[in-house]
Design a protein around this ligand. Structure first.
Ligand code: ADP
Length: 515
């Protein structure tokens, strides 16, 4: 009798069909095991080649064992309970469970457990389909870690930003100046509280308004407009721009304006920070101080002239009538009167410069000769230093002789004063392109780099020198003003302990009247 065959040409459940199924399972890249639920402890009765590859166990090491051997000592896993429940209830389940290969290496197993039931619904077998998902888990874990790190970083950054924003805000609110942030169209974006207090205005009427429309148009000044509109394109700040105006609510005031492009880590580049300082009172105090200086020096000059007159009268008295000690006392008094006179003249100079009353009387003069005479006068008065003159210029200079001589005098007397241990002072005259250059070099105490710019300020004296050297801090200020009035530049090169060279240049001017 011919055996019954199915449509594949095999007898159902026959040897051939089983062999084919086994081969198919072995060809799969997914691990497959079958357990027999009817036997004690549900042992494995089948595993395919992929399972062997995945776990490193061979078939005869697997058959007969309960699946739990794959978990080794790692028994306290949640997934185990899930599998246990599924098996007890005869249900399917899917878990991700930590398993261990024969060599002890751990891997993540994605396990599908499916029950097989007989005709009466009794679970006879379980099929376990397994995949090593360690690479996938690792990628997922890496991603989660990156996400966690990113979240943490974002939180930290946000906190830092909030802190620095609060920090900046607290600075903005604390500074004495009125601050305005403007956009590229000069519209007010924000102002600090100080602005509202000083100008007695509300935030609502200020923010969102164009700067030039604020108040009664106080900032609508053509020159300021040009400067401000240049800040963003050129990044050139507006520095110390003075505005004197009759402001609404607060009256006539003098304001000092400074504006810079905002640069905050590359952001807000199209914003301008405008700082406004009320300098009305400060300017008034300065003016009163200058007035005082001018009046005091004038007042001092009159009695000085009178005293000098009396002394000269006494000195003219024939020697025979005066004891010797009187002559030398009168001489000393005269020397001190000269010093006092020089100091008063310096004070007068400063106050004249301050009020813009210093005038330049230009004429052609031989600068070589003028300096040489000045040096000779020093040579006679000071025996401590040798003063050397180097170089000369071929042309006459057109300028105020007495003022230029005053500058050279101030520089030489400083050079002598601030080099008590040295013996030499060198004065150099030269032509550098169309400029006369004059330098005075000493080998004395020198000046620290941070002090070198400040010494030209009015009344500024280097603090360590205050006690050891007399002076009022006016000489270099007067020098700088005179040189600037002549269109020149003055500067110092110095090294503490080694000495200083003060130099100035003067452009050679042509007097058009001279033919
Ligand atoms: P004064 O000499 O009356 O103090 P100046 O205006 O002439 O005033 O100088 C300002 C300051 O600069 C001085 O106090 C001194 O500290 C410093 N200074 C000026 N000239 C020299 C110099 N040749 N060497 C060292 N320091 C100098």
């Amino acid at each position: 009798m011919k055996e019954e065959t199915n449509k594949n040409g095999f007898s159902p459940g026959g040897e051939q069909e089983l062999e084919l199924m086994r081969k198919a399972l072995d060809a799969s890249i997914t691990g497959v095991i079958i357990t027999n639920n009817l036997l004690e402890d549900n042992p494995i009765i089948y595993c395919n080649a992929a399972f062997e590859r995945m776990t490193g166990y061979v078939r005869n090491e697997v058959i007969g064992r309960n699946c739990r051997f794959l978990q080794k000592e790692d028994r306290r896993q949640e997934a185990r309970q899930k599998i246990k429940d599924a098996i007890e209830n005869g249900e399917a389940c899917i878990v991700e469970i930590r398993n261990y290969k024969k060599n002890g290496n751990f891997f993540w197993n994605e396990l599908y457990v499916t029950p097989i039931k007989d005709a009466n619904g009794v679970v006879t077998h379980f099929i376990g389909i397994q995949n090593d998902i360690s690479p996938r888990r690792k990628a997922k874990e890496d991603l989660e870690r990156v996400q966690r790190d990113t979240d943490r970083l974002v939180m930290e950054r946000t906190r830092e930003l909030r802190e620095s924003e609060e920090y900046l805000l607290s600075i903005l609110q604390t500074v004495r100046e009125c601050l305005i942030v403007l956009d590229a169209e000069m519209k007010v974006l924000t102002v600090n509280d100080q602005f509202l207090r000083v100008f007695k205005v509300s935030r609502a009427e200020t923010e969102g308004t164009k700067l030039y429309d604020l108040g009664n148009g106080q900032w609508a000044i053509e020159k300021l407009q040009n400067l401000l509109e240049n800040v963003l394109p050129s990044n050139n700040p507006v520095l110390d721009f003075e505005v004197e105006h009759d402001f609404p609510h607060i009256g006539k005031k003098l304001m000092l304006l400074n504006a810079h492009r905002v640069e905050l880590e590359g952001q807000y580049k199209d914003h301008i920070l405008l700082a406004i300082e009320d300098i009305t009172d400060r300017r008034e105090i300065e003016r009163r101080k200058d007035d005082f200086l001018s009046i005091a020096s004038h007042e001092l000059k009159t009695p000085l002239t009178t005293v000098r007159g009396f002394i000269q009268l006494l000195q003219k008295t024939p020697n025979t009538q005066l004891p010797d000690q009187f002559s030398s006392a009168l001489e000393k008094a005269n020397t001190h009167l000269d010093r006092l006179g020089n100091l008063i003249n310096e004070l007068l100079n400063v106050s004249k410069i301050q009020s813009g009353n210093i005038e330049i009387y230009r004429d052609y003069f031989d600068i070589n000769e003028a300096i040489s005479e000045t040096i000779n006068a020093f040579r006679e008065a000071s025996k401590t230093h040798r003063i050397t003159l180097k170089g000369s210029i071929p042309e006459q200079y057109y300028g105020d002789e007495s003022q230029i001589v005053q500058v050279v005098k101030n520089l030489i007397s400083n050079a002598i004063k601030y080099s008590p241990e040295a013996k030499e002072v060198i004065v150099t005259i030269s032509m550098v392109s169309e400029f006369v250059k004059i330098s005075v070099t000493d080998f004395g105490v020198g000046i620290r780099p941070d002090e070198q710019n400040r010494i030209f300020q009015r009344f500024y004296r280097v603090s360590e020198n205050q006690k050891s050297f007399p002076g009022m801090g006016m000489g270099l200020y007067v020098c700088e003003q005179i040189i600037e009035n002549h269109g020149g530049t003055i500067w110092v090169d110095s090294e503490p302990g080694k000495g200083s060279t003060f130099s100035f240049t003067l452009p050679l001017l042509i007097n058009n009247d001279r033919k």
